[in-house]
Design a protein. Sequence first.
Length: 149
Amino acid sequence: MKIAIGSDHAGFPYKDPIVARLKERGIAVVDVGTTSTASTDYPLYAFRVADAVATRQADLGVLICGTGVGMSIAANKVHGIRAAAVQSAFAATAVREHNDANVLCVGSRTNSLAEVLSFVDAWLDATPATGERHAKRIRMISDYEGGTK
Ligand code: RB5
């Protein structure tokens, strides 16, 4: 399992702790930046992570900004990406089980680091969407987008 991770300046303080958590879980990590709290633009990192997942260079992606929302808006522009911004462990589980979210977006200004680490764990521990009920809905999205890449 390989995960691509990226953040902007707001999310940067959470990035290394999340990388450490992923490595503890035996996951290989590709860090696409940013590398400091100097102001930068979240779409840059959202597109890098989303492209890595869409081209199968990574299995999944994690993005961190102030709220997770800007990252999810940008990442969802990339074909084949289902990016979900979550603010609870319940949502982190649900977006994997129901929506097969392949990119998890979290916010450093909306949740504590401990909460965000629990979201990452919940998302990874959840079983990706199985069964026709969820598969059909995910297919509807993919068909609208123009088919799975
Ligand atoms: C940066 O100030 C902030 O706008 C960004 O991190 C993010 O929250 C956008 O959605």
